[in-house]
Design a protein around this ligand. Structure first.
Ligand SMILES: Cc1ncc(COP(=O)(O)O)c(C=O)c1O
Length: 448
C-alpha cells in the first residue's frame, strides 16, 4: 500500500499543527469522499465504517446536501447570525423543534459543534435553575470545550487538564442494558447516597446522559436505570439532558437515541451530523430554559449560518423520505446480521462481544475476560491495510458506524474485510509497525 504522499503531508502536519488538533489512528490524508468510499492523497480507496466520526451520516457528497449547498453558495455563504436572522436558520430550527420527543414546545440555540452546544446548555441551565451542580456518568463523552470536557469521563481518568475544569460535577456509574439487572433493581443507590451526604439535590441543576455511550463503548444504557433516573430528576426539579451528538440523526436507528426509552428529556444536545457534514451544533429545550439569558451571552458570530443550515435542511428532508427510511431499515437489519455473524464465530484466544443498535455498534475485543487493546489496535490497522476505516474507542472497542445510506454490498464487503483482518491477526500477522506507531495506539486506556 503506497502511503507516501499521506506520510509526507503528515510530517508537515506535525511541524505546523498542534498535537491537540487530532488523534491520528492512521496516516490518512483524506482527499475525496464519495458515499462510503474515502480516497486518500495517494489514491488508496477505503470503505468507510467511520462516517467521519458519525458526522457524515449520509456519507460524502450526498446529492441532496450537495445540491442545497451549491444553491445556497450562489446566494450567501454566511452573514452574522448574532445581529441578523436568515431563512435556512429559522426553517431548520422549525424542523428540529417539530421532531422533539413528545412534541413538547421547544426552542433552538445553534452552536458550531456538539461541544459548544454543551457549554451553552450548561450556562442556560445554571441560570434557569439557579443551581450550579451537575451529574454525569463514568465513560461518558460530552465534548472538548470547557463544559463539554468537564462533563466527560472517558478521556484519561479525569486529569485536571482534560476534565474537571468545571467544579461541581459528580460522575456516577452508568448501568447498561446488557447487564441484565431486573427492572426493580435499585439503580440510584449511589446518587441517593450522595444526595443524603455532600451533594444535595436542591443544588443539582441537571443530569447529562448519553442514552448510548459512544466513546464509552457503544453500550446502550439500561431502560430501567434511565427511567428511574428520569423519575428522580422529576422529583427534585433536576433537568434531564440527553446528549444526542453522536447517536442522534438516525445513527441509533431513530432521530434520537432517547426515543427508545420513552423519555421526554428536558433538553437535547446535537452536533456532528446535524449540519449535513458542515459545522453545526444545537441545544434544544423548553422556552423557559432557552429565553433565560440576554442574547450576547450565548451568541456566536455565525452559529446557525446559512450554508450549514441549508445543508442540514437538505439532509433532514431526505431523512423524512420513505426512500431513506427504507434504506435505513434494510441497513439496520443488515448491520445486525453482520455483527451477529462476526461475533458468533468461535476464535482461538479472543472473544468478541457486540453492543449497540441501529447503525452504531461496538465490538469489544476481550481476552481472558478483560479488554485487549493491543489486539484491537492490530485488527484496526490490518483493516486499514485492507481498505476499511474504523475507529477504536475505550482502548479495546472497534467502533463501527458506516454511513446510514451505505450500499448493502459495501456493508457486507466491509464486514468481510474485518473478518479477514481478525483471522489474520489471530494467525500471527503483524501490521506495518509504522501504522501501530500512530498516536492513537499509544496510551489508550481500557476503561470499559
Ligand atoms: C456524545 C458526544 N457529545 C459531544 C461530543 C462533542 O462533539 P464535537 O466534537 O463535535 O464538539 C461528542 C464528540 O465525539 C460526542 O460523542
Amino acid at each position: 500500500m503506497n502511503l507516501q504522499k499521506s506520510r509526507d503531508l503528515l510530517a508537515r502536519d506535525q511541524t505546523v499543527l498542534s498535537s491537540g488538533q487530532h488523534l491520528l489512528y492512521y496516516p490518512l490524508a483524506v482527499d475525496r469522499v464519495d458515499g462510503e468510499i474515502v480516497t486518500d492523497l495517494d489514491g488508496n480507496r477505503y470503505l468507510d465504517f467511520m462516517a467521519s466520526a458519525s458526522s457524515l451520516n449520509l456519507g460524502g457528497a450526498d446529492v441532496h446536501v450537495m445540491e442545497a449547498v451549491r444553491a445556497q453558495l450562489e446566494k450567501c455563504l454566511q452573514y452574522c447570525t448574532c445581529y441578523t436572522t436568515n431563512q435556512p436558520m429559522v426553517e431548520y430550527a422549525e424542523r428540529l423543534a417539530s421532531i422533539y420527543p413528545g412534541k413538547i414546545p421547544v426552542k433552538v440555540l445553534f452552536a458550531h459543534s456538539g461541544s459548544d452546544a454543551c457549554d451553552t446548555a450548561v450556562r442556560l441551565i445554571r441560570t434557569c435553575t439557579g443551581r450550579k451542580r451537575f451529574i454525569s456518568f463514568l465513560h461518558s463523552c460530552h465534548g472538548s470545550s470547557y463544559a463539554g470536557a468537564s462533563l466527560s469521563a472517558c478521556f484519561d481518568g479525569g486529569s485536571e487538564q482534560v476534565s474537571l475544569m468545571l467544579p461541581d460535577i459528580r460522575y456516577f456509574r452508568c448501568y447498561y442494558e446488557d447487564e441484565g439487572l431486573p427492572a426493580d433493581y435499585h439503580y440510584l443507590r449511589e446518587i441517593e447516597e450522595a444526595f443524603r451526604t455532600d451533594f444535595p439535590p436542591e443544588e443539582v441543576a441537571a443530569v447529562f446522559v448519553e442514552p448510548i455511550q459512544g466513546d464509552g463503548g457503544l453500550r446502550p444504557a439500561s431502560h430501567a436505570f434511565l427511567r428511574q433516573l428520569y423519575a428522580l430528576c422529576k422529583k427534585h426539579g433536576i433537568l434531564f439532558i440527553s446528549d444526542e451528538v453522536q447517536q442522534g440523526f438516525f445513527r441509533s436507528g431513530r432521530w434520537f437515541g432517547i426515543e427508545e426509552y420513552g423519555i421526554i428529556p428536558d433538553g437535547i444536545l446535537l452536533g456532528k451530523s446535524l449540519g449535513g457534514g458542515l459545522p453545526l451544533g444545537a441545544f434544544l429545550a423548553r422556552p423557559e430554559v432557552m429565553d433565560v439569558l440576554p442574547f450576547s451571552i450565548c451568541a456566536h458570530t455565525i452559529s446557525g449560518f446559512h450554508l450549514a443550515c441549508a445543508a442540514g435542511i437538505a439532509q433532514f428532508d431526505f431523512m423524512c423520505q420513505p426512500e431513506f427510511q427504507t434504506a435505513l431499515r434494510e441497513n439496520c437489519t443488515g448491520m445486525e446480521q453482520c455483527v451477529k455473524t462476526l461475533v458468533s464465530r468461535k476464535r482461538q484466544g479472543i472473544l468478541l462481544k457486540a453492543y449497540g443498535t441501529g447503525m452504531s455498534y461496538g465490538i469489544h475485543v476481550l481476552r481472558g475476560g478483560t479488554g485487549d487493546p493491543a489486539t484491537a489496535a492490530k485488527i484496526a490497522c490490518r483493516s486499514f491495510e485492507k481498505g476499511l476505516l474504523l475507529l477504536v474507542v475505550s482502548g479495546n472497542v472497534l467502533r463501527l458506524q458506516p454511513p446510514l445510506t451505505i450500499r448493502p454490498e459495501s456493508l457486507r464487503e466491509g464486514f468481510r474485510r474485518l473478518e479477514e483482518a481478525i483471522d489474520e491477526v489471530l494467525a500471527g500477522y503483524e501490521p506495518d509497525p509504522l501504522l501501530l506507531s500512530q498516536p492513537a495506539w499509544q496510551g489508550q486506556s481500557d476503561n470499559v
